[in-house]
Design a protein around this ligand. Structure first.
Ligand code: GDG
Length: 729
C-alpha cells in the first residue's frame, strides 16, 4: 500500500482560467518523480484568483481533484490581502531576507494569517489519517505544523522553508516572532537550504522560546522533538536535458545566436523582487558601460527577463518603476546608432526560450542581495552542455555554497561586479568548460527529485516523539485508587520543583501555591499514608514551606531528611568525604567570573553552577565545557557531575534520591510506593524498581519511569483524583 503524502503549499501548481493548466515548476517535478507505488500524492493549496461563486467553486474543486490530484482552498480577496500580500509578503518575507526597513505590520493581517493557516489545517484534517505524511512549504504557512500536530499528534509533519532564515537579531523584529517559530516546531522535520539558515533558526528558537537545542534536534516543552536538516533544493534536471535535446530548442537557440551576431550576451532572469538586487546590478552595468567606447557598447547586450511579481505590494511597484526609469536612463545615455545596451522584458518567456537564452548567453548575471537558494543559477549551469557561458553569482545566495566554481561576487560592491564582468567576458572556452563541467554534473545529479526523496525519507524515519502524555497513566491511577480504597499502606515520594510545582525562572519564587496546599491538605492526616517531599533544595527551603506539616522531608537529593511525623533532621552523609568541593569551587568561580549572569550555589553536599540568566547560547556552551572539565577532573573521585535544567551540579556519588527512598522504606515496607519526579535527579528513584512501586515522570523527556504525566497540574489532578475517589466511596 502506498503511503499518502499530503503536500501543502500556499499556491497550487495550477492556473485556473477557461481551462486549468498545471505548471511544471521544480516542486511539481520533484513530487511527481516519486514512485506512485510508494506514494499516493495529494496537493492542498490556493488555486489563485478570487473564485467566489459557490457553484463555480464546486466545479473547479471537482476538476482539480479528479484531473490533477489537487485539493483547492478558495481564499477571499480579504484573506489574500491580509494573509498573503500583508502578513506573508509585507512582514515575514522582508525579515527573512534581512530587510526590516521593508517590513510593514498591521495587526489585522495577523488575524488573517492565523485564519488562513487554520483553514489549511481544517482541509488537511479532512483528508489525513494518522499514518500519512504531510509536507508543508514555506513562510506563508508557518503556523500550520503546530496546528496539525495539536489535532493529530501521530501525523508525520515536515516543514520546508524556501527562503533564508535570518539571524535572531533580524527575526526578533517581527511582532509575532514567537508564534511563528513555535508554529514551525509542530513539525517533526524542519528543512532548510543551508546549514547557516538552520543555525540561525536554532539560535532563534533558543533565544525566543528558551528551548535547549542539539545541532539537529529541538525538544519543545511538551516533549515533542523536531529534527532539523539541510536539503538544498535542485532543479527539474530531466526536463532541462529533454529540452536541450529537442529540435525546437536548437532552432530557437540558433535564431537568438543569429539575431545577436557580433554581440556578447549577458543574461539576468528573475522575479521582479527587491531581494534580487536588480537596482544594484544596474549600477554595476552602468559603471561597466561607462568604461566602453562606442564599438565596445555595440558589442554587448544585457537581457533582463523580469517576471512580474506581487504587484499589489507597494515596494514591488516601487522597484519596478525604479528599474524601468533606470533602464530608460542607461539606454538613453549609452545607446549607439545601432543598438541600446539593455533589453528589458517585464514578463515571462516560455520554457524553451528560457533554455535557449541560457544556452546563448556569454554570462549569466545572477546577483541577488540575498536568496534562499536561487534556481536560475542552477538552471543556467544545466544549460551549459554544448555551450559554455560564465555564471556570475551573488555570494549571498544558497546556491553559492554549491556552485563554488562560479565567479562569486558581492552584489553590493558595484565596482567589483563591473570588474568581474570584464573578467568573465575575457575567459577562454577551456577555462569556462573546466569550471562548468563539475557544477553541471552536480546540478543534474542532485536535482529536485533527489531533494524531495531525501526530505521525505528523512521525515519517515524522524524520531517518534515521547509517548503521548497520560497514555497508560490510567493504569497507575487505577492501581493507586484501588490501594486507597483497600486501605493499604501507601508511601508517596514527591519531588517538588517541576513535579508538584511549576518551575519558576527564579527558584526562590517557587513558593507553594493554593493548588498545592489544597492537595496537601487532602493528603494530610490520612491513615496508612506517608507523604515525603523529596527535593534537591536545601533543608532551609523545605523547612520554611513545609516545616509545620507532618510530611516527611528529604533535602539535598537525599543527604539529609526529616522522617514523617518527626521534627529533627537526620544526616545521611556522615562519613562521606567532601574535600573535592574545594577543587571544584575554584573552577566554578572561574566560570562565574567569565560568564556574566551565572552564579555558584553552595549546598552542604553539592556545588551548583547556575546559568539561567546568561546569554543562552554562551551559557549552554560554557555549561558543556564545564561539565566536561569537571568530569575529567573528578574521574577518580566519588563525585557525580550532572547537567540539569540550566545548571551544572557536582554531588557526592554516595548521595541520591534513590538511596534515600530505599532507606525510608527499609523498616516499614509499604504495600504501595509512588515515586514522582521530573528531572535527571529523580531517575535514581525510578531505578529502585520494586514490584509494588509506581514510578511517574512529569514531563516528556526520556525517562525510566513507567508512567508519565504532562505537567505539574496534571500530576496534582492525578493525585487528588485518587484520594478524592476514596472519600467519595
Ligand atoms: C523561492 C526562493 C528558492 C523565471 N522567469 C521565467 C521563469 N522563471 C523561473 C526560473 C526558476 C524560478 O522561476 C525562480 O526560482 P528562484 O529560485 O530563482 O527564485 P524564487 O521565485 O524567489 O523562489 C528561492 C526557491 O524558492 C526554491 O526553493 O530557490 O531562493 O526565493 O525556476 O526558471 N520560467 C519561465 N519563464 C520565465 O520567464 N518559464
Amino acid at each position: 500500500m502506498p503511503t499518502t503524502l499530503i503536500n501543502v503549499s500556499n499556491r497550487l501548481p495550477v492556473t485556473v482560467g477557461a481551462e486549468i493548466t498545471k505548471s511544471s515548476g521544480g516542486l511539481v517535478a520533484a513530487l511527481e518523480g516519486l514512485s506512485p507505488q510508494e506514494y499516493d500524492l495529494k496537493w492542498i493549496g490556493w488555486p489563485g484568483g478570487a473564485i467566489a461563486d459557490p457553484a463555480h467553486q464546486v466545479e473547479i474543486d471537482q476538476a482539480l481533484r479528479e484531473e490533477h490530484g489537487c485539493i483547492p482552498i478558495f481564499l477571499s480577496d480579504e484573506e489574500v490581502a491580509g494573509h498573503y500580500e500583508g502578513f506573508s509578503n509585507s512582514s515575514v518575507w522582508p525579515l527573512l531576507h534581512y530587510m526590516p526597513n521593508y517590513m510593514h505590520y498591521d495587526p489585522a493581517w495577523w488575524e488573517q494569517y492565523r485564519n488562513v493557516n487554520q483553514r489549511f489545517a481544517d482541509k488537511v484534517m479532512e483528508l489525513a489519517q494518522p499514518d500519512d505524511l504531510v509536507w508543508v512549504h514555506d513562510y506563508q504557512l508557518m503556523l500550520l505544523p503546530a496546528m496539525l500536530h495539536e489535532r493529530m499528534p501521530e501525523l508525520r509533519i515536515g516543514f520546508f522553508l524556501h527562503t533564508p532564515f535570518p539571524s535572531y537579531e533580524t527575526f526578533r523584529c517581527h511582532p509575532r516572532r514567537r508564534e511563528l517559530v513555535a508554529g514551525v516546531l509542530g513539525a517533526d522535520l524542519v528543512g532548510f537550504h543551508t546549514f547557516g539558515y538552520m543555525r540561525h533558526f536554532r539560535s532563534t528558537v533558543l533565544r525566543l522560546l528558551g528551548l535547549e537545542t542539539e545541532i539537529t534536534r529541538i525538544r519543545s516543552e511538551d516533549g515533542h522533538v523536531s529534527a532539523m536538516g539541510v536539503f538544498p533544493i535542485g532543479i527539474n534536471a530531466q526536463k532541462f536535458e529533454e529540452t536541450l535535446d529537442a529540435l525546437e530548442f536548437r532552432q530557437r537557440r540558433d535564431e537568438f545566436i543569429q539575431a545577436n551576431a557580433g554581440k556578447r550576451i549577458v543574461l539576468s532572469v528573475e522575479r521582479m523582487d527587491y531581494t534580487k538586487g536588480i537596482l544594484h546590478r544596474l549600477d554595476a552595468i552602468e559603471q561597466f558601460l561607462s568604461g566602453l567606447d562606442e564599438s565596445g557598447r555595440d558589442a554587448i547586450k544585457f537581457i533582463f527577463v523580469s517576471v512580474p511579481s506581487r504587484e499589489e505590494v507597494e515596494e514591488y511597484k516601487d522597484v519596478r518603476e525604479e528599474t524601468e526609469a533606470r533602464v530608460g536612463r542607461i539606454n538613453g545615455q549609452y545607446a549607439t546608432l545601432n543598438s541600446s545596451p539593455i533589453r528589458f522584458i517585464h514578463g515571462s518567456v516560455n520554457f524553451t526560450d528560457l533554455c535557449a537564452l541560457y544556452a546563448t548567453a556569454d554570462v549569466g548575471l545572477v546577483t541577488p542581495l540575498i536568496d534562499g537558494m536561487n534556481l536560475v543559477a542552477k538552471e543556467f549551469i544545466a544549460c551549459q552542455r554544448e555551450h559554455n557561458g560564465v555564471l556570475m553569482l551573488g555570494e549571498f545566495t544558497g546556491a553559492a555554497e554549491e556552485l563554488s566554481n562560479a565567479l562569486l561576487v558581492n552584489p553590493y560592491d558595484i565596482a567589483a561586479v563591473a570588474e568581474k564582468l570584464t573578467e568573465a567576458l575575457a575567459m577562454s572556452d577551456d577555462e569556462k568548460r573546466a569550471l562548468n563541467q563539475p557544477m553541471r554534473e552536480r546540478v543534474v545529479k542532485y536535482d529536485a527529485q533527489h531533494w524531495a526523496r531525501t526530505f521525505i525519507e528523512q521525515l519517515r524515519i524522524s524520531e517518534i516523539s515521547a509517548p503521548a502524555a497520560s497514555e497508560s497513566v490510567e493504569v497507575a491511577a487505577g492501581l493507586l485508587a484501588q490501594a486507597v480504597a483497600a486501605g493499604q499502606r501507601i508511601a508517596l515520594f514527591l519531588d517538588y520543583d517541576g513535579t508538584l510545582r511549576e518551575i519558576e525562572p527564579v527558584p526562590r519564587a517557587a513558593v507553594p501555591t493554593p493548588a498545592i496546599w489544597a492537595l496537601l491538605d487532602l493528603l494530610r492526616g490520612r491513615p496508612n499514608l506517608v507523604v515525603t517531599i523529596i527535593s534537591g533544595r536545601r533543608r532551609e527551603d523545605l523547612e520554611t514551606w513545609f516545616g509545620g506539616t507532618p510530611f516527611g522531608l528529604i533535602a539535598e537529593h537525599g543527604a539529609t531528611g526529616r522522617p514523617s511525623g518527626h521534627t529533627s533532621w537526620e544526616h545521611w552523609d556522615r562519613g562521606i568525604r567532601y574535600d573535592w568541593k574545594d577543587e571544584i569551587r575554584e573552577v566554578l568561580r572561574l566560570y562565574e567570573q567569565s560568564t556574566p549572569g551565572s552564579f555558584v550555589e553552595e549546598k552542604s553536599t553539592s556545588l551548583v553552577w547556575h546559568y539561567r540568566k546568561t546569554d543562552p547560547e554562551f551559557g549552554t556552551w560554557k555549561a558543556n565545557q564545564l561539565a566536561h572539565e569537571l568530569s575529567t577532573m573528578m574521574a577518580n573521585e566519588p563525585v557525580k557531575i550532572r547537567q540539569g535544567r540550566k545548571i551544572v551540579e557536582a554531588t557526592s556519588a554516595h548521595i541520591s534520591k534513590g538511596a534515600a527512598v530505599r532507606r525510608a522504606i527499609e523498616k516499614t515496607v509499604p504495600d504501595l510506593i509512588v515515586c514522582a519526579g521530573d528531572d535527571q535527579t529523580d531517575e535514581s528513584m525510578f531505578e529502585v524498581e520494586l514490584t509494588n512501586m509506581i514510578t511517574l515522570k512529569v514531563g516528556r523527556e526520556p525517562s525510566q519511569a513507567k508512567y508519565r504525566l504532562r505537567d505539574p497540574s496534571a500530576f496534582r489532578e492525578f493525585l487528588s483524583n485518587a484520594f478524592q475517589t476514596e472519600s467519595a466511596l
